[in-house]
Design a protein around this ligand. Structure first.
Ligand SMILES: C[S@@+](CC[C@H](N)C(=O)[O-])C[C@H]1O[C@@H](n2cnc3c(N)ncnc32)[C@H](O)[C@@H]1O
Length: 252
């Protein structure tokens, strides 16, 4: 187990600065090599996933933070994308980009000349509040079961222990139609991460724990890819990233 000095960690809700987060992790070629490698690993896996049969009507992107890179391939494979995050400031940052406001983040290096924006103002994109630790995420009452749930680098920040992680995994799987896909990337063996000068909690997860949690939640793991690349030590303490595609069993 790990020892966490909670008093030194920052409360997420008020202190997560979306722009600092973007500058640290998504600076592309002008940033750190490790962060750029991790982005490329995720973009490659997302492309492979969403161009090889994971498609459908509605995708729910839980914990997107202030980023849009995760939807570049998904937007070609789904008619509607519903995003839900824990923090108000994150969708506001994305809306700035959508409206091309001054100071909006520049995602063009990740778009590789694509003209189509992953989310358009016209596309029906609902924003729901989502707390990974609530037993019942906004679900069937507001949104019928969906074809895909996409959650990248979020649960290991939201869940304070492995039991909470398993419960959050069950919550996400409950949002899926039988046969729907859960696509997730997890920073493994995380201890904490920095946003600007502020330190936030990260859960230490093994690859096997991630796979087992999804299986116990009623999914079959279709693919699990690893990279040994870790974040720069000044930004996050972790060891490797895994990218998992799982499918909710037809009977689950
Ligand atoms: C490290 S950021 C990842 C952001 C983005 N998905 C990415 O790939 O860069 C962690 C995200 O987890 C979200 N988060 C933290 N605690 C949460 C909770 N209890 N419920 C839902 N989301 C939470 C934060 O709002 C933040 O967007």
């Amino acid at each position: 187990g790990q020892t966490i000095f909670k008093s030194k960690l920052t409360d997420l809700s008020q202190k997560f600065d979306s722009q600092d987060y973007l500058k640290t992790n998504y600076a592309f070629d002008s940033g750190t090599v490790a962060e750029d490698e991790i982005l490329k690993f995720n973009l490659k896996n997302l492309f492979e996933t969403f161009s090889s049969g994971v498609r459908g009507d509605v995708l729910r992107n839980t914990g997107p933070g202030p980023t849009v890179y995760q939807l570049l391939s998904a937007c070609e494979a789904f008619r509607e994308i519903i995003a839900s995050d824990h923090l108000q400031q994150n969708p506001q940052e994305v809306k700035k980009w959508l409206r091309k406001e001054p100071g909006a983040y520049d995602w063009s290096p990740a778009m590789h000349g694509r003209r189509r924006r992953p989310i358009s103002k016209g596309q029906s994109r609902r924003l729901l509040k989502w707390d990974a630790n609530q037993p019942h995420p906004p679900g069937p009452a507001q949104v019928p079961p969906v074809d895909c749930v996409l959650t990248l680098l979020a649960l290991e920040c939201a869940c304070h222990d492995v039991d909470a992680y398993r419960a959050a995994g069950r919550g996400l799987v409950s949002l899926l139609k039988p046969g729907g896909h859960l696509v997730t990337a997890v920073a493994l063996h995380t201890q904490h991460y920095m946003v600007g000068a502020k330190k936030f909690f990260g859960l230490h997860l093994e690859k096997e724990t991630v796979e087992k949690a999804l299986q116990e939640a009623g999914c079959q793991v279709l693919r699990c890819r690893n990279t040994p690349v870790s974040y720069s030590e000044a930004h996050c303490i972790n060891e490797g990233i895994c990218f998992v595609v799982a499918r909710k069993s037809p009977g689950a």
